[in-house]
Design a protein around this ligand. Structure first.
Ligand SMILES: [Zn+2]
Length: 268
C-alpha cells in the first residue's frame, strides 16, 4: 500500500513539473478560447478579466493560480474586492496589504477597486444584500469592458457568507440578463476537505474531473502565491502557514461556467 502511495506521489510530482515546464500555455489558451473568446484567435492579451472577491487576502488564498496564469498570458486582470476586511478594525492596514499582494501577483493598483460600504461589513454573520452586491458588480462591469468575470461558487470555498453572497449576486446578474453577451461568468469550484488539503497531490483530480477552466501553477508560481500570502501580515496566524503548505488552492483553480438566463426577463 505504502509503495503505491509513494509511486502516486512521485508520479504526480513528475507530471506536475513536466506539465509546468511545458507551460501548458496552449491548454489554457484553448480553455479560455472555448469559454471566453469563442472562435477568435488569441494569445491571451485580448482577455479582460475581473476577479470579484469579498475580503483582502481572498485574491491570494483562493485565486492566486488564476491571477498568475492570466497575467503570464498578458491578460488585463482587474480585482473588485467588496470590503476592506474590517472585522478586527484593521481595514486600512488590510487594504494596503491587498495592494502589496496584488503587486506580487501582477495586478497594478490602477486595476484594483476596494469597496468600503457600511452595508457590506466583513462579517461571516452579516447577510450581504444580494441586490446591493449585484448592483455594485454591474456598475463596475458597465464602467469597463470585461469578457470574463471570475468569482466564488455557491459554497464560497470556505463557506463564508460574504463569499456566497457574491455568487448569488453574480448568478442574479446572469439570470436577469444583465451581463453582456460577450462576457462569460465563471465560479471557482469548492472541493471537499480531503481534496482541499492534500497540496499538489490533488492535481490528478483537477486534471481528470471536467471543468470549464483550469489554472495550474508550477513551483515558481507557487512561490509567488506564497509571497502574496506573506503580504497579508495582519492575517499570518499559525494556521495560515499550514494553509500555504497544504491547500490545493495555492496550486490549482478549477472553474465552472455560471449559466446565463434570458436577456429580456421582465420582473413583476
Ligand atoms: Zn474571504
Amino acid at each position: 500500500m505504502s509503495v503505491y502511495l509513494v509511486v502516486f506521489v512521485v508520479l504526480t510530482y513528475l507530471i506536475w513539473i513536466k506539465c509546468i515546464y511545458n507551460r501548458h500555455r496552449p491548454t489554457l489558451v484553448k480553455s479560455l478560447k472555448s469559454v471566453v473568446l469563442s472562435s477568435r484567435e488569441t494569445n491571451g492579451d485580448d482577455v479582460s478579466a475581473l476577479i470579484v472577491t469579498a475580503h483582502p487576502d481572498d485574491e491570494c488564498m483562493f485565486f492566486a493560480p488564476t491571477i498568475i496564469r492570466l497575467v503570464e498570458l498578458n491578460a488585463n486582470v482587474h480585482l473588485l474586492c467588496l470590503s476592506e476586511g474590517n472585522y478586527y478594525k484593521q481595514g486600512a492596514q488590510r487594504k494596503q496589504e491587498l495592494l502589496n499582494s496584488c503587486a506580487v501577483l501582477g495586478i497594478p493598483d490602477s486595476r484594483i477597486t476596494v469597496v468600503d460600504h457600511k452595508k457590506l461589513p466583513d462579517d461571516p454573520k452579516a447577510e450581504w444584500s444580494v441586490s446591493l452586491v449585484s448592483s455594485i458588480i454591474a456598475q463596475h462591469m458597465r464602467a469597463r469592458s470585461f469578457n470574463v468575470v471570475l468569482t466564488f461558487d455557491g459554497s464560497g470555498v470556505s463557506g463564508h457568507a460574504n463569499h456566497t453572497a457574491i455568487h448569488k449576486a453574480v448568478s442574479r446578474l446572469a439570470f436577469t440578463g444583465q451581463v453582456p453577451n460577450d462576457c462569460c461568468l465563471l465560479s471557482l469550484v469548492t472541493v471537499g476537505l480531503l481534496r482541499k488539503y492534500i497540496s499538489f497531490l490533488e492535481l490528478p483530480f483537477s486534471w481528470l474531473l471536467p471543468s470549464s477552466l483550469r489554472c495550474i501553477v508550477g513551483p515558481q508560481g507557487y512561490r509567488r502565491a506564497k509571497d502574496a500570502m506573506f503580504c497579508h501580515r495582519s492575517q499570518l496566524l499559525w494556521f495560515r502557514y499550514l494553509y500555504i503548505i497544504f491547500s490545493r488552492y495555492m496550486f490549482v483553480n478549477t472553474f465552472q461556467m455560471i449559466p446565463q438566463g434570458p436577456t429580456n426577463l421582465k420582473m413583476y
